[in-house]
Design a protein around this ligand. Sequence first.
Ligand SMILES: O=C(O)CCC(=O)C(=O)O
Ligand SMILES: [Fe+2]
Length: 204
Amino acid sequence: MNPQFEPIIDGILEHGYGIVDDFLTATDVSALAQRLRQRRQAGEFKAAGIGNQQVLVENKIRGDEILWIDEATATPEETVFLRRIGEFVDYVNQTCYLGLRDYEFHYALYPPGTFYKRHLDQFRSDSRRKLSVICYLNTDWQETDGGQLALFLPDSDKAAGSERELTIQPIGGRLVCFESGRLEHEVRPASRDRLSVTGWLKTG
Ligand SMILES: O=C(O)CCC(=O)C(=O)O
Ligand SMILES: [Fe+2]
């Protein structure tokens, strides 16, 4: 049993989501954050789009800038991150038979005031995205900085169709994982840059 992976998987099986702190060490977080900044400075980031063609840039829906991480050209800290994800994927496959075969990750930076409106991650035309994974790269994040991730959860105690909101602080090293096809969520605006690595664990 892996003490870090197991609670995430339990959470996903029970409620459709799991959260764990210190998935990445403080050293890994700051190395990735520094690399994100450096690559953005170098002009490698672009405005995120909507839909699987990434063609439509619509900042009334989402205002983040992203850069896909390419395994073949990954920097040392990106490789460390992808290996850690690989271990998690292996563990998920050994324990819950989701048949994950692939993953894709990008850096994301939300400048102050930007957000990502309520949405579902699975594209209508591509149901291979099974689990969404977000790992935050923010040091000293305060609640007053905003930038929470809100998950909209079905509320089983109440009447059918009612829901409750779970808000999660984007704290460095924290990993959030949820079922891509099931849980709607949104990113609230922050008063400072909000950094993360976001990706999907996919079948086939
Ligand atoms: O950064 C987050 O907390 C969530 C990002 C997200 O929902 C997405 O990129 O699809
Ligand atoms: Fe999302």
